[in-house]
Unconditional design. Structure first.
Ligand code: ZN
Length: 300
């Protein structure tokens, strides 16, 4: 298999999930062996490669870089590029956070897939491992295991101790098709977490157009009035339990599939196209990127 890049440039714009600031993103083709590189056009073209060694923070999303030059919430875009098989691309941004769009990777897939990709005539760099890598978070019980395999496959289990979601398992194999089975799945949060997150300056760009809200328990009216004021948005009638999702859920296990989407994006930071088997229990950005870092160190 040869390396591939985009056939055209593609533009996207919208608020970042956490900053709430409108950002313009332009995805451009790149020469072979470039990998994925983020460029801050508002900072004299300062660039950051999509590598685990560049991870700055994993608070609610994956951030690259440090100090003035950083790019937040890279995982959905990296997931789309990986799922579609894009080896090389430049992502130009005029702000610090990748736009959240509809909270999934579908807008990228819908733009790029119809054009197909450009074969660059140079063999692909598949990232493989010789030995198992296991990382655990003893406090949360979460773990991730990377094993040698000829194909990139991902099996995950999520358990948020949620009576709405329950325990969910889902799997990604290339044959299943990333575009249809993974890309459309949107990010989510719990209703009772919204105000605490807003208080620490997160999810300023969040709304029901770009996130599923899981309602675990009835929420006091005062809380909702406060959230509406902070968000400066009208908040719809809240069920006492269930999902608030624009247009309804796209899959019964959409939340699990979104965690799969995130994990694929985070693991792309391993230095190339992943070619290993992944199993994970309660994956999150910290664990995912720690695994990517470890793979980047030992991979061939
Ligand atoms: Zn996500």
């Amino acid at each position: 298999m040869n390396q591939q890049t985009l056939k055209n440039a593609y533009s996207f714009q919208g608020p970042g999930l956490h900053t709430g600031k409108t950002v313009h993103l332009r995805l451009c083709p790149a020469p072979a062996d470039t990998g994925i590189v983020f460029v801050r056009t508002d900072l004299d073209g300062a660039s950051i490669p999509a590598l685990a060694s560049m991870v700055g923070s994993t608070s609610r999303s994956t951030h690259l870089g440090s100090g003035r030059v950083k790019v937040r919430t890279v995982e959905h875009l990296l997931s789309a590029l990986t799922g579609l098989g894009v080896d090389n691309a430049i992502a130009e941004l005029d702000g610090s956070e990748v736009p959240i769009l509809d909270g999934s990777a579908e807008p990228y897939v819908n733009a790029i897939e119809p054009d197909g990709l450009l074969d660059q005539g140079v063999p692909r760099k598949c990232v493989t491992v010789d030995e198992e890598i296991i990382l655990r978070n003893d406090k949360s019980g979460a773990w991730i295991k990377i094993s040698p395999s000829r194909e990139f496959t991902v099996d995950i289990t999520i358990d948020f101790n949620s009576s709405v979601m329950g325990v969910q398992k889902c799997r990604f194999m290339h044959a299943d098709g990333y575009a249809n089975a993974v890309a459309p799945c949107r990010t989510f949060c719990f209703l009772h977490e919204i105000l605490p997150q807003l208080c620490v300056g997160l999810i300023k760009g969040g709304d029901l157009d770009n996130a599923i809200v899981v309602v675990e328990k009835p929420v006091p009216r005062l809380f909702m009035r406060l959230a509406a004021r902070v968000l400066n948005k009208k908040i719809p009638e809240i069920p006492s339990k269930g999902y608030l999702a624009g247009g309804g859920l796209r899959f019964p296990d959409e939340c699990c599939r979104h965690k799969l989407l995130d994990l694929i994006g985070d693991l792309r930071l391993c230095g190339g196209m992943p070619c290993f088997k992944v199993e994970a229990y309660k994956p999150g950005h910290a664990l995912n990127t720690a695994a990517a870092k470890q793979i980047l160190k030992v991979a061939k």
